[in-house]
Design a protein around this ligand. Structure first.
Ligand SMILES: [Fe+2]
Ligand SMILES: [Fe+2]
Length: 437
């Protein structure tokens, strides 16, 4: 007896459930690796707005990756395994692209190789995916595609600025780096929906590569006034924090100087991704983005009031205090400063309201909402880190040690530095008075 079945050639069946899970898992690991590359390079990249764009990119990508991860769990229920199996050569290649010869070469690899490859892969996915069976993926993949397009657009604009920072290496070398990456990525079959081509042993090595390490001295944009201590009160206990107009200025300078916190959260997210796992990376990326927003709040207020970047001091003393130390102290510094200052923020918000400075009030109030989250991040992850490293003490010891490390840097301030920062502060206050009239 002949069995008859119904057949129809339908586009809906192009990607089956298993294929879909394999592809989304591949994308998750690619995003994961790129997030860490961007975090790792952020402290060594000078342009301030590019640091912010990197932080936003890493945060958006972390949410995309998390949506992918949750979807893979659904598609493969009951398995909760997320291994790189089958994807190792591709992921290793993206990891290794961190060893770029310069910040410029790394930047170009993001803008011209990896983000465009992901953009095309997501576009292809959306063309093939079935809106009925895979509807839940389509929602976040569509958003991910739009974000990729926007990220490329935003990041592209920083090329001239990045090139003008001399320390960032030359464009010829960066172009060679990108050409090689493109060649090797296409040999692997690109980042697409098909399984990758080569086995691990065939992975070529890249010429000009430098072993990557997070910059211990942060790269800072030369347009700003760069120094160690960004306001006199940091090194002169008698110098007032200020009221009225001085408080408005001081607070904006605190905000823009949170660039140290952006760099610190980027550095420890990179450092502890492996040992603390994906959930830590997710929090770390949000932390990085929040601090970038706080930094940008300060920058935008100062620019809106009429200050030029050359008049704005950017300090390094907190970063200096943790230089070359165990990266746990970068995490500890954030925990120390955030728990130390959090109670002051509602008071300042109130003061700005009295001064009818709606913008400072607005920024401080939003900042405070983020800080309550960060206080939680800090205590949870410091505790976990000490646990997994088997160090038998609590975060308070790290916090105290951070205070000592910062105090030591403050104690090393010279008379010349005191004179320099007093001059800068007086010039800013004077200009602010003129601008206020
Ligand atoms: Fe902050
Ligand atoms: Fe914070």
């Amino acid at each position: 007896m002949e069995h008859k079945t119904l057949h129809v050639q339908d586009r809906r069946a192009l990607l089956m459930r298993y294929d879909t899970a394999v592809i989304l898992k591949r994308f998750f690991f690619v995003e994961h690796s790129l997030i860490l590359s961007i975090a790792g390079w952020l402290p060594g990249t000078a342009p301030l707005r590019l640091k912010m764009a990197y932080a936003r990119t890493a945060w958006q990508d972390s949410l995309t990756a998390e949506a992918m991860r949750q979807r893979v769990f659904e598609l493969r229920f009951p398995s909760r395994l997320m291994t790189k199996e089958g994807e190792e050569p591709l992921i290793r290649f993206i990891d290794e692209a961190r060893n770029a010869p310069s910040a410029l070469a790394f930047y170009l690899s993001v803008v011209e190789v990896f983000l465009p490859a992901l953009r095309e892969a997501y576009r292809q996915y959306l063309t093939l995916a079935d809106g009925i069976g895979d509807g839940p993926s389509i929602r976040f993949m569509d958003l991910a595609l739009r974000e990729k397009v926007q990220q490329i657009e935003d990041l592209k604009s920083f090329l001239p600025e990045l090139q003008s920072e001399e320390e960032h290496g030359d464009i010829e070398q960066a172009r060679v780096w990108v050409a090689e990456l493109n060649r090797d990525l296409s040999n692997l079959g690109g980042i697409g929906l098909e399984p990758i081509k080569q086995s691990e042993s065939e992975l070529p090595s890249l010429s000009g590569q430098l072993k990557f390490g997070v910059a211990q001295i942060p790269a800072r944009e030369s347009a700003f006034h760069r120094l160690r201590f960004y306001w006199p009160d940091i090194i002169m206990p008698d110098y007032p924090y200020g009221e009225g107009l001085e408080l408005q200025l001081r607070s904006a300078l605190s905000h823009i100087n949170e660039v140290w916190a952006v760099e610190a959260s980027a550095a420890f997210t990179y450092a502890f991704a492996e040992i603390l796992g994906w959930e830590f990376v997710l929090d770390g990326a949000r932390w990085m983005y929040d601090e970038a927003r706080h930094c940008q709040m300060g920058l935008e207020r100062l620019i809106a009031w009429g200050f030029d970047t050359s008049e704005i001091p950017l300090g390094t003393y907190i970063s200096d205090a943790a230089r070359d130390a165990d990266p746990i102290y970068r995490l500890g510094m954030l925990f120390f400063f955030e728990t130390k200052n959090i109670h002051k923020k509602p008071q300042r918000t109130e003061k700005f309201r009295e001064l009818q400075d709606g913008l400072s009030e607005h920024d401080m109030d939003f900042d405070w909402a983020d800080e309550t989250k960060h206080a939680h991040f800090g205590s949870v992850w410091l505790t976990r880190l000490l646990e997994v490293r088997n160090e038998g003490y609590d975060p308070k010891i790290i916090r105290r040690r951070c205070q000592e490390m910062v105090d030591a840097v403050i104690a090393s301030a010279t008379d010349l530095e005191r004179q320099e920062i007093i001059q800068i502060a007086e010039a800013m206050v004077q200009k602010a008075r003129l601008l206020a009239n």
